[in-house]
Write a protein that binds this ligand. Structure first.
Ligand code: NI
Ligand code: MN
Length: 238
């Protein structure tokens, strides 16, 4: 697959990823920008924003969703049912709810919500509101290119089913440890997923997130898994 056929991915730091599709549409996964301490100024604004995908309710994934939607008015906002209800009640339009196992068309791509082993709640003032189940997304472009953003998750063996049924070739996997997989679990995830490339996310944002891309590479080598680790610093594109 040549470079024209896959999206251009820009890492905004932590778990936030901008995807510029070959057709020009822009999809933002996990809108945490304004209060994201590692997101560079240069990538905080958008020339266009067509859709947002939200993996779960935690503030480091959707903490700035309402403001970003007010500024950029994306046509579609995809999240689980509970998060969509909450966003709609806070003035966000275009919510398109789904739930684990379902799929829908977004910007001409097929977006499937897959499980994540984590929790999900929404910070609403000084209260935590039920945020439904956490998830990840597998995005299949019209040309067939398929990638997976795992959101926050532990390792789970049903990642094999994601490989079998949806066959992504690239995965954004959390590696920071403490709240998600560490590099060792992420290496096993890459093995289950049979992906060719992994872009590590959810690392380096805070000192408590200790997993590193070098650690992931070492664990993949130890497992003899032939998978490329693509390390992006916040602000970098691939
Ligand atoms: Ni989380
Ligand atoms: Mn998180």
């Amino acid at each position: 697959m040549n470079e024209q056929q896959r999206p251009r991915f820009t890492y905004l730091g932590h778990s936030t990823v901008r995807c510029d599709l070959p057709g020009g549409q822009v999809i933002l996964i996990d809108p945490w920008i304004d209060s994201n301490p590692v997101c560079p100024q240069a990538v905080r604004t958008f020339d266009r924003l067509d859709a947002i995908l939200i993996t779960h309710g935690h503030a480091d994934h959707m903490g700035d969703a309402v403001e970003i939607c007010q500024r950029h008015k994306p046509k579609t906002v995809v999240a689980n049912f509970e998060i969509c209800q909450w966003l709609t009640s806070h003035g966000v339009t275009g919510c398109s709810p789904m739930n684990t196992g379902g799929a829908q068309e977004v910007c001409g791509a097929r977006v499937t919500m897959v499980p994540a082993l984590h929790s999900s709640s929404i910070q609403d003032g000084d209260r935590l509101v039920y945020g439904g189940d956490p998830g990840g997304y597998v995005v299949r472009l019209a040309n067939g290119f398929t990638f997976y953003h795992a959101g926050d998750t532990a390792l789970f063996s049903d990642m094999r089913l994601i490989a079998e049924l949806l066959a992504p070739t690239l995965a954004f996997l959390p590696i920071g440890d403490l709240f998600t997989m560490d590099p060792r679990q992420a290496a096993h995830a890459a093995r289950y997923l049979e992906v060719e490339q992994v872009i590590p996310v959810h690392w380096g944002t805070f000192p408590a997130l200790t997993g590193t891309p070098e650690g992931l590479r070492a664990e993949l080598d130890a497992l003899r898994v032939a998978c490329e680790v693509i390390t992006l610093a916040p602000g970098e594109s691939w």
